[in-house]
Design a protein around this ligand. Structure first.
Ligand code: ATP
Ligand code: MG
Length: 395
């Protein structure tokens, strides 16, 4: 029945002179998500974006792909009426009601949007006339202008459109409208959600994963790649940098007090992530940290980790409880993959009693013990990193 979708966006509408730029970003992201599904035509006209579908398109796949484009507040499957000749429009709207509502014991209200200001009727006139036509054709219907069960919306432009359904989009800002950030992506529940949330504000995401073979397996790495693919349906293609962290981790393990291991390791992760971020035009780092979740995320630990970065570090989950994070991960489809039981490089070397209130001065003193080799090890890690391009849609 439907050949097209009408896209509605919320916040972009508020952007004044930059609006066109945001709309273009949104159109681009819609095209990216639909490209692999067929030849869709995405056009913008007068504060609206229309997606016209190919003949043989799959409705469910299209709805799923559009549901992952940030910047979409809601989208409506619409019937396109290839004329604005009034009697034909009435008949087509009536046919639509006939097909869409096999059971017609509801109240309705007609709404009209008129992009075509030359049309011979005003919007209120269209509503009244269309309401009258529908009541005449379907006497079992009732009008309720205050609390209708259904709104039947008719838009008159170069052609006419009718729809009565709005499917929720993910909201936010279109990706690409707000620069790029580097996500520290582990195999856990939190970091994919953190990447999703920052990307939702229009930010392109690249990612870095620290792996420690043979202590962490190829399967652990594959899990991170799978998570990157899941969130890339929202963020767009992700360049995933895979850093071999084994040597650095072993060196810290052999050289520094064990209770400081996690903090020192995390400080090196942040330093390396920041180097990669700067080399790739990222303006911030993103982590899945949340206050108090583990020893390395107390206020003191976060301060100690933060101290080595000059880029801003975004921690969108900072005030979230685990359950709240789990809810988002279930919604975006990363949860099932995140809970697969593969080891993580942080858990292998954890001390029995890690410091929970690290003193930065003490940590710095311990790090000085690494002076001999750490610089070269960091350079080696950067030079030997692997880079993968991961895209869920597109290609
Ligand atoms: P997650 O569920 O995201 O793994 P977590 O609760 O296990 O988080 P930590 O292990 O303390 O917490 O890690 C905190 C954050 O540090 C993660 O959310 C992630 O951003 C980053 N991080 C941890 N381990 C790695 C890793 N191996 N590679 C890249 N980033 C990592
Ligand atoms: Mg983790």
């Amino acid at each position: 029945m439907y050949r097209a979708f009408l896209i509605k966006y919320a916040e972009i509408g508020l952007k004044g002179k930059n609006r066109s730029y945001f709309e273009d970003c949104l159109c681009k992201q819609i095209r990216n998500n639909l490209r692999s599904l067929g030849e869709y035509v995405v056009t913008k006209e007068q504060g609206r974006i229309f997606v016209e579908c190919p003949e043989d398109y799959d409705y469910e796949d299209t709805v799923e792909a559009l549901g992952k484009v940030f910047g979409i507040a809601s989208f409506s499957p619409v019937v396109i009426i290839d004329t604005i000749e009034w009697e034909q429009v009435c008949r087509a709207v009536g046919d639509y009601v006939d097909k869409f509502f096999p059971v017609r014991d509801f109240t309705f209200k007609v709404e009209c949007k008129r992009g075509n200001k030359e049309y011979f009727m005003t919007s209120p006139e269209v509503c009244v006339e269309m309401g009258a036509y529908l009541l005449d054709r379907f006497p079992e219907l009732k009008v309720d202008v205050h609390h209708p069960d259904h709104y039947i919306t008719v838009e008159i432009r170069n052609r006419a459109y009718v729809y009565c359904q709005a499917i929720a989009g993910p909201g936010g800002m279109p990706v690409g409208s707000n620069g790029k950030a580097m996500l520290l992506l582990s195999g856990g529940i939190d970091s994919p959600v953190a990447g999703y949330m920052v990307s939702k504000r229009g930010v392109y995401m690249d990612a870095v994963y620290f792996h420690a073979p043979p202590y962490t397996s190829e399967r652990a790495k594959q899990k991170v790649i799978d998570l990157a693919r899941i969130i890339s349906a929202y963020t767009g293609p992700i360049h995933l940098h895979i850093v071999n962290f084994t040597e650095i981790q072993m060196y810290i393990y052999e050289t520094c007090p064990h209770e400081e291991l996690t903090i020192i390791m995390r400080r090196y992760m942040m330093r390396i992530a920041e180097r990669i971020a700067k080399d790739n035009n990222c303006l911030a780092l993103v982590t899945g940290e949340s206050i108090g979740q583990v020893a390395s995320q107390t206020m003191q630990s976060l301060a100690a980790t933060n101290a080595v970065c000059t880029l801003p570090v975004f921690r969108p989950l900072i005030g979230f409880d685990k359950q709240e994070i789990v809810e988002v991960s279930e919604k975006i489809g990363s949860y099932e993959t995140s809970i697969l039981p593969y080891e993580d490089c942080c858990t292998i070397f954890v001390a029995k009693h890690p410091v929970t209130k690290p003193d930065i001065k003490v940590i710095e003193r311990s790090e000085r013990l690494l002076a001999d080799k750490i610089h070269e090890m960091v350079e080696t890690a950067l030079q030997t990193k692997e880079k993968l391009r991961i895209a869920s849609y597109e290609d």
